[in-house]
Design a protein around this ligand. Structure first.
Ligand code: OGA
Ligand code: NI
Length: 354
């Protein structure tokens, strides 16, 4: 029965996973194949750090043009960049990180109230990707919740810790505003104008993934999250310290995103790759682990509405660049996620390629 046990994550029910119990070794079910193991001394990613000062209205027009250009180049080269002077106060960032950290410090029963493996649930707490389905376990626990329109969802968020709704709510609103501004700069850089997706993004979805990666006794054996790209148009990530790694397809290397004080990480997601007809590629990334510290990250995923299909901009299709992708919605992604084990390399974006 040993092999059954190895592949059966129900031997680690929520509340009793190795990462929650603080085991002093990594159980076999968490060991990633040797070719996919993280380096303890990864190369540092040389990704653009973009100063957004001047992007917002009031900024001199020539300044905006230069920033838009930088953003477009970063999306083309890496599908990823970091931003500073993004307009979100340090106190708001710290408030969100400590609300998240306080949530994960609650006794297990307080968190398990939110437990669900149904990927369609608007608020859910779980471990790994989909407990009981993934064949390899990942050293993570998370809370996912919808965040826009905030008034529709905030009352179903945790009421404990008592500051959670206020602190996370404030960050949610501000990071959404930033996400929409970045989308405008991005469509402008594609030559289809800053308002191309504005109305639909305004009506769109915001999903927040609040991730907790407890200390891992053998960080070279396990991962917090397997390699994946996000379904979103754009993901903005806030982290308590470095741990996010991106795959540089040019170099064929995993690289650690450097920790820059106050910076936010911006990922091109699958739906933006589709919109851009592949001019921008969604960045493949994973989360590595620390041997003694708990790492917290908050990913805010911005997309069109649940049933709104994202298709390729016809302006970006011609004889030289035939349409490369099928259209899809967030619901299509969730249905895909419910059926496939993303830890085994099944990717949503591949399913959209024509
Ligand atoms: C995610 C994600 C990375 C991290 O939540 O989709 O990629 O560093 N998180 O936590
Ligand atoms: Ni991600």
């Amino acid at each position: 029965m040993e092999s059954d046990e190895k592949n059966n994550s129900s031997s680690f029910p929520i509340g009793e996973t190795a990462q929650e119990k603080g085991l002093s070794h990594v159980p076999e079910a968490y060991e990633v194949p040797s070719s996919q193991r993280p380096s303890l001394e990864p190369e540092t990613a040389d990704v653009p750090l973009i100063d957004l000062n001047g992007l917002r209205c009031g900024g001199a027009a020539d300044r905006r043009g230069a920033i838009v250009e930088e953003i477009g180049q970063a999306c083309r080269r890496y599908g990823f960049f970091q931003v500073v002077n993004h307009g979100i106060d340090q106190a708001v960032l710290e408030g969100a990180l400590s609300a998240a950290s306080d949530f994960f410090s609650l006794p297990a029963p307080e968190k398990i109230k939110f437990f669900s493996n149904d990927v369609h649930k608007p608020v859910r707490y779980a471990s790994s990707l989909k407990d009981g389905v993934d064949t390899i376990q990942f050293w993570r626990i998370f809370l996912k919740h919808y965040a826009h329109p905030l008034g529709d969802w905030i009352n179903s968020w945790p009421a404990n810790p008592p500051t959670y709704r206020e602190e996370m709510g404030r960050y949610a609103m501000e990071v959404r505003k930033l996400g929409l501004e970045l989308m405008e700069a991005i469509t402008e850089s594609l030559g289809i104008g800053p308002k191309y997706t504005s109305d639909k993004m305004e009506q769109g979805m915001q999903v927040m993934a609040i991730n907790c990666y407890p200390p891992c006794p053998q960080p070279s054996l396990a991962l917090g999250l397997p390699p994946h790209s996000d379904y979103s148009c754009l993901t903005v990530l806030l982290q308590s310290f470095a741990g996010l790694e991106i795959f540089d397809s040019k170099d064929g290397q995993w690289q650690l995103v450097p920790d820059v004080d106050g910076a936010l990480q911006v990922h091109v997601g699958n739906h933006l790759e589709v919109l851009s007809n592949g001019r921008f590629k969604s960045v493949v990334h994973r989360a590595s682990l620390h041997h003694e510290k708990t790492r917290i990250s908050i990913a805010s995923l911005h997309s069109l509405a649940m049933d709104e299909k994202m298709g390729t901009a016809m302006e970006l299709v011609d004889e030289e660049h035939p349409k490369g992708y099928k259209e899809s919605s967030l619901r299509d992604f969730l249905d895909f996620l419910a059926k496939h084990d993303l830890g085994q390399g099944k990717s949503f974006i591949k399913s959209l390629q024509i």
